[in-house]
Design a protein around this ligand. Structure first.
Ligand SMILES: Nc1ncnc2c1ncn2[C@@H]1O[C@H](COP(=O)(O)OP(=O)(O)O)[C@@H](O)[C@H]1O
Ligand SMILES: [Mg+2]
Length: 407
């Protein structure tokens, strides 16, 4: 869904001071118009709350323009355009099936296929419309573009979007077979895609392969786990400040981890460069189905106000986070509260500090890492945004090291 962003006095952020903080919260940056990606298709003026906003006249046209297509294309054509050979199914969600592909140069890619616009229920849910999926396309593209060098806001912590296509047709036999292989090996909660009709539409997102999800990842020690947490904090802070971004579904299935030879990772946040050690691991954030950003003055978000199921589940801290978000936002999902990001970070820390299968548990490094996660977990919910957390724990370190360099 997209809707004109409301005046900032309706946002909910920064209502309380964090406990024991020694910093002041800086004024929001004015320099937000660095995006090179604007709406492409014919636009129309929309008036919301006495303010006029430019939006695409038809979501379908905007999607086609972003896909570089006039009309939906066949699966064969889409895979040929991506130069991708589909190898196996690697994941699934309520809306999408996810396949691993390889390219002729050996590069790995991932294709997420989401059926749209049809009347048939998919895994018990209504299919998304062009308008609903447009938000996810824009959010994916904007967050991916944060990796482009920019002194104000820069992070490569969000999955790289390589291509978006609009596809039509029956599921190819090969993909149905790969779906069945996955079902036999892991079991699937989804309906088989074999019965889609000839005129079924899909959006295919091609992204970089980001590794395996945090769910079940075996860390060497707690310092490595904390490094993943720190990478997520910094990526979130950049997007939060740049787009008033809230991920709103940052469970362990939506964080990917892979090995890296790069010793450091660099972030630009409000013009400040922050460098952290990777400890040989790289975290990537995926899945913006529930996310919210402000793009060209428009608020893109998923309206969960009438969803009942999402807020009733029990049994894991994850499900409590949806209820916490609802309370923080007072069920107004267009509003901005960066505290939703803080709640997800608290959940994440809770998961990381409960890991029991570290490979190396006796070293001082490991124990220090565990201690740090526990201490941070105790105070994290007293912050109102990820930016505040960064100012408190990361930016000051940079200032200190700058001071040392100047001495
Ligand atoms: N770029 C990627 N690299 C590696 N695995 C991925 C990638 N994208 C998705 N996956 C896998 O597929 C699963 C579902 O993808 P996701 O984008 O989260 O879809 P959904 O919105 O349906 O949850 C993820 O939990 C992850 O295991
Ligand atoms: Mg997911």
């Amino acid at each position: 869904m997209y809707q004109a962003a409301r005046p900032s006095n309706e946002t909910l952020h920064e209502t309380q001071r964090p406990f024991n903080s020694t910093f002041s919260v800086s004024a929001p940056s004015e320099a937000h118009d660095v995006s090179v990606h604007q709406f492409i298709a014919p636009l129309t003026w929309k008036t919301v709350a006495d303010q006029r906003y430019l939006c695409p006249k038809r979501s379908k046209d905007e999607i086609m323009a972003r896909c570089g297509q006039q009309q939906p294309i066949s699966f064969e054509q889409a895979l040929a355009n991506m130069e991708a050979t589909v190898e196996r199914k690697i994941g699934e969600g309520v809306y999408g099936e996810v396949f691993l592909c390889t390219k002729p140069n050996g590069m790995r890619s991932v294709v997420k296929l989401i059926p749209i616009e049809g009347s048939r229920l998919i895994n018990g849910e209504k299919q998304k419309t062009y308008e609903e999926i447009l938000s996810e396309i824009i959010i994916s593209s904007e967050l991916s573009n944060l990796r482009q060098q920019n002194v104000q806001f820069c992070t490569d912590g969000f999955v790289e979007l390589r291509c978006v296509s609009c596809v039509i047709g029956k599921y190819p036999q090969r993909l149905v077979e790969l779906w069945e292989d996955y079902n036999n090996q892991h079991g699937s909660e989804n309906d088989s895609p074999k019965d889609f009709s000839d005129d079924q539409l899909y959006i295919a997102f091609e992204t970089a392969f980001g590794g395996s999800d945090l769910d079940g990842f075996r860390f060497y020690n707690a310092q490595h786990a904390f490094s993943i947490f720190a990478q997520i904090v910094l990526a979130l802070a950049v997007a939060e400040k740049r787009y008033d971004f809230e991920h709103r579904d940052l469970h362990t299935g939506n964080i990917l981890i892979e090995g890296t030879k790069e010793p450091e990772r660099v972030y630009h946040l409000l013009g400040e460069e922050i460098v952290i050690k990777t400890h040989g691991l790289r975290a990537t954030i995926i899945d913006y189905t529930l996310s919210r950003i402000v793009y060209n003055g428009l608020c893109l978000y998923n309206d969960l106000s009438t969803d009942e199921e999402l807020f009733t589940a029990e049994g894991d801290y994850q499900f409590e986070i949806y209820r916490n978000m609802k309370a923080v936002l007072q069920n107004r999902w267009d509003l901005h509260s960066p505290r939703t990001n803080v709640h997800w970070l608290h959940y994440l820390l809770d998961k990381l500090k409960s890991v029991r299968n570290f490979r190396e548990k006796t070293s001082k490094t490991h124990k220090a890492g565990m201690r740090m996660m526990k201490q941070l977990s105790d105070v994290l919910l007293q912050f109102n945004s990820v930016h505040e957390i960064v100012q408190h724990y990361f930016a000051l370190e940079v200032e200190e090291s700058d001071k040392e360099n100047q001495m």
